[in-house]
Write a protein that binds this ligand. Sequence first.
Ligand code: NAP
Length: 316
Amino acid sequence: MERVRNVVILGSGCAGNTAAIYTARASLNPLVLIGHEPGGQLSITTLVENFPGFPEGIDGPVLVDNMKKQAEHFGAEYRSGRVVAADLSRRPFTLTVHDSSTDETFTVETRTLIVASGASARWVGVEGEQKLIGYGVSSCATCDGWAYRGKKIMVVGGGDSAMEEANFLTRYGSEVALVHRRDTFRASKIMLDRARANPKIKFVTNTVVEEVFDVSKGFVTHVRLRNLNTGEAWQQDVDGFFVAIGHIPNTTPFTGQLDLDADGYIVSHGGARTNITGVFHAGDVQDRVYRQAITAAGAGCMAAIEAERFLEAEGH
Ligand code: NAP
């Protein structure tokens, strides 16, 4: 690898891939560090119906893989690994990267950095949940739904993700209980109406999950729920417990260097700029409002153009 890169892009979702297409076409030979969720959110979704240009819709994993191929076609380089530490105090910036597939740690120096590391699934945080991930607890219906054919499924959340997952999971489950802590929903009307019209989905509102069982058995058997209005608690049999309650931005290595808001999202300093000259943001790592594939792609394009102009002004 080159000693000092012109552009390093963190993340291989919509934002990172689009930044890679633009910077590769500008002959900047970008390095994309794939991150811990290759392909980002699109890689774990089903049919994307709202990305312009696909009147019949397109499968999320296909869309994001096409973007990667397009970037590689222009010379972008992809490497697995996630940043575990960063020194942004001087340029070139130094990134310490760990590749869990080889257990190798290496450093990368770069003149510009595009942070497109996205946001990861949020968990409810109750007893039993973490220990049973992969044994009935999941944050990805598309990845794990098939394992619950004819079984009892529960989805937690009241946003579009929860509606989408609940609808998707009715393909497999004998029943899908949608548990939400309020009785009003963040989900868009169309997604909510679709879920409400699905006879296999049962809405359980004003209700929280208090514990996931059974850690002693090593797989999910039931959960304890509590109605927040009445205080009543009860147990409900569940085989597949899917959590769809939003995401946490992947900015930990930049704490204390990049300006982050209280929830860890990057604070924009206009356009795609961060508080550090030469470091740009793109996609869900900064955007807590729109969070769409198309807005992430647009943000990746903005970051790439800013990086390109910055390097040009510096004579690279
Ligand atoms: P979201 O809109 O932030 O919704 C998160 C939901 O989880 C909220 O209902 C929230 O409840 C609930 N929640 C949060 N923390 C919780 C906790 N600790 N315990 C229980 N419930 C908790 O997240 P999202 O659904 O992942 O959607 C994110 C963005 O992606 C949105 O902009 C959405 O429109 C978009 N999206 C679009 C599509 C699509 O168009 N096909 C599909 C998926 C997502 P409260 O409401 O009470 O806070």
